[in-house]
Design a protein around this ligand. Structure first.
Ligand code: KG4
Ligand code: ZN
Length: 352
């Protein structure tokens, strides 16, 4: 049996995991730095890099320990090489290079967004009918891809992406505006549960840049500006703390309205793409895909279109090493020489 160790240090989670070629997740250790960045209202790249340096070795050891394996039992290593914060990426990449060269292991460089896409397949495998329309909604990215199969391998065709903010970034900015701290997604979801989604009228859908041309792009900066305007015009003060927000009807209404508008934008564009491109299934992944209301809306869309809908389980939604290890297994091929391994570089803006 082939086992891969996957490492991800692309943003503010230090993660290492062991996955088998049979799609078993033997371990998936994630050390989140969210608390550390919270006091600054967002990720501070230099602090993220330093925390990765401190955590990468213990997190990797823990992943191997939980899996009950040693390095020599591995078929190879996989590491996220981009996109992400370049300093953060370099920590994982250099650590993985060292392990690979020292232990004569195959090293595979993985694209982070592809890893999110494949997290759904790691969880559900062959039960996902292809072609699949895949939406990745994370803190740094929002994109739509058509996934097809050629010679038993997935091919990915990017059909749309955000023109400005990512969906998760919009949640983080909206939360900051309301005094809810970082990361914004989980607090907004909880606040929205008791709020009136019609409390604030926000731009109905974001496809403002289409100029008559059919596209499947997203835009969230208008939504954020509309929210900022509303808060300013009404003189609504931010919450003194996330806890205080739960006693405030106005903030509950704003959270619910914002969440509904953001998800309507995702649904609207996905529906348009599905109607034209006729996929056999819908897949949703990335940090925002943990949101229960998003799942509800996507399952409703699936029912409307007659398509099955697939999400990863919670532990595979936010950044994690398991999805990276799985991409390593998908990509294992002729081993690189030491020189080639050492020449691998991080790409902060790697396109997918
Ligand atoms: O995929 P991820 O862990 O990191 C990136 O690759 O960017 O996504 C993190 C993003 C953050 O913006 C966070 O606010 C958002 O996912 N998020 C949520 C929820 N939980 C996390 N967004 C909406 N609802 C949630 N429950
Ligand atoms: Zn991510």
């Amino acid at each position: 049996m082939v086992f891969f160790l996957g490492i991800d240090t692309s943003c503010d989670e230090t993660s290492a995991a062991v996955v088998s070629a049979k799609r078993e997740i033997l371990s998936n250790v994630v050390s989140s730095q969210a608390d550390m960045h919270a006091r600054y209202g967002g990720v501070v790249p230099e602090l993220a890099s330093r925390a990765h340096v401190e955590r990468i070795a213990p997190v990797t050891e823990e992943a191997l320990r939980r899996a009950g394996l040693r390095l020599r039992d591995l078929g190879g290593l996989a590491v996220t090489a981009g996109p992400g914060l370049v300093g953060a990426l370099l920590v994982g990449l250099n650590f993985a290079k060292g392990l690979a060269v020292r232990n004569a292991l195959l090293l595979v460089a993985v694209h982070h967004i592809r890893a999110h896409v494949e997290s759904v397949f790691l969880a559900h495998g062959d039960s996902i009918p292809l072609p699949a329309l895949s939406l990745v909604v994370s803190g740094g990215h929002t994109s739509l891809h058509m996934i097809e199969e050629s010679k038993k391998r997935h091919t990915y065709r990017k059909i749309g992406a955000t023109l400005d903010d990512a969906a998760g970034e919009a949640f983080d900015k909206a939360a900051k505006l309301m005094g809810l701290g970082y990361p914004g997604g989980p607090v907004i979801e909880a606040l929205a549960r008791g709020g009136d989604p019609k409390a604030v009228t926000l731009p109905p859908h974001p496809n403002i840049h289409s100029r008559g041309r059919v596209n499947y792009d997203f835009s969230f900066s208008g939504l954020k500006s509309a929210l900022a305007r509303f808060v300013r015009n009404r003189g609504i003060p931010p919450a003194a703390s996330p806890e205080e927000a739960f006693g405030r009807e106005d903030l509950r209404g704003i959270a619910a309205s914002f969440q509904e508008a953001a998800f309507s934008a995702l649904i609207w564009t996905t529906r348009r793409a599905a109607k034209r491109l006729r996929p056999a299934s819908l897949c949703v992944s990335g940090g925002v895909s943990v949101n229960a209301r998003l799942a509800e809306r996507f399952f409703a869309l699936g029912a409307e279109l007659g398509l099955p809908v697939f999400f990863p389980p919670k532990e595979l939604t936010t950044d994690n090493g398991a999805m990276v290890a799985w991409c390593g297994i998908l990509d294992q091929k002729k081993p690189l020489t030491h020189t080639e391994t050492l020449a691998l570089n991080a790409h902060a803006g790697w396109e997918f």
